[in-house]
Design a protein around this ligand. Sequence first.
Ligand code: SF4
Length: 370
Amino acid sequence: MSFVDRFKQLNWDDISLSIYAKTAEDVERALAKPKRDLEDFKALISPAAEPYLEQMAQQSFALTRKRFGHTMSLYIPLYLSNLCANACSYCGFSMENRIKRRTLTKSEIEAEVTAIKAMKFDSVLLVTGEHETKVGMNYFREMLPAIKPSFNYLAMEVQPLEQQDYAELKTLGLDAVMVYQETYHPSTYAQHHLRGNKTNFEFRLETPDRLAQAGIDKIGIGALIGLEEWRTDCFFVAAHLDYLERRYWQTRYSISFPRLRPCEGGLQPKSVMSDKQLVQLICAYRLFNPQVELSLSTRESEVFRDNVLPLGITAMSAASKTQPGGYALEETELEQFEISDERSASRVEAMIRSKGFDPVWRDWHSAYSG
Ligand code: SF4
């Protein structure tokens, strides 16, 4: 039994229709409940909930403060390699792009770690492209022990691995893994993932099961918003979370909501989500699940991040570079995607304080659970 079994019971078109059929009464009923289910979540992300955004924001703010206080965890991505054997239509690292490839050596990683530590971060997200042999288990076995002693919290966003691999990486200090399904619509998924291991939709879909069974502390899930109709994809994220929490209640979860933006010459989103709709989604996730961590990256603009910070977000990246060697080696040409909020870590810290929040440089839970 894995999420694939549950997934097969969920029909995309039926779910989509039922989200769009939700009424103002459904939204009001959901808002009045102390505990919400997936039907309530559908109402909260539906067009019918748009006039209730202010109420949703107030409840989301209150629930987030109750659970997380006035804190904001800060983390930084450390790109180790842009080698990739997949061809994803939306990514600069796709094997079909003729770009300079680079995988950091141990001494290059040390230089990056020193630069990151100088910015105060104690929580790092290691990122690589998905290349089974060149940035696979052998590389991780060598690099994790060199990185972990410098950080309180170590997360990874790399190719999906087997359960025993995750269990081994846990012994080397791995705390969290982010694995985004990109879209839960199988044929749209197939259109955007043309080559390599990532074409295997179900193996990816089962990854959070393998992670939880390997005892990884925190699992990050999400969809790349824009590949498919965003409301339905985000419902599937909520259903995935619901399944995981019921089955693996000891594990912690986080959700990310990266948006694919319309850009010249790039992949155009099938479904464009406005800023207001992203706020609605953030509040809907919080109202559905008071304890899930919600993470916002530097893909979003300064203004948007500053405004949305109090509403439900619990973690933010800052000062991010999305290329291997971006911090100390001054590599500038190999970016995975463009950063929108380019402020330094200290400027983001100052902004957080100015809003009456305490920046936490490590993972929120590890900082407060002793
Ligand atoms: S999204 Fe990941 S798997 Fe796809 S091309 Fe980019 S780095 Fe490779």
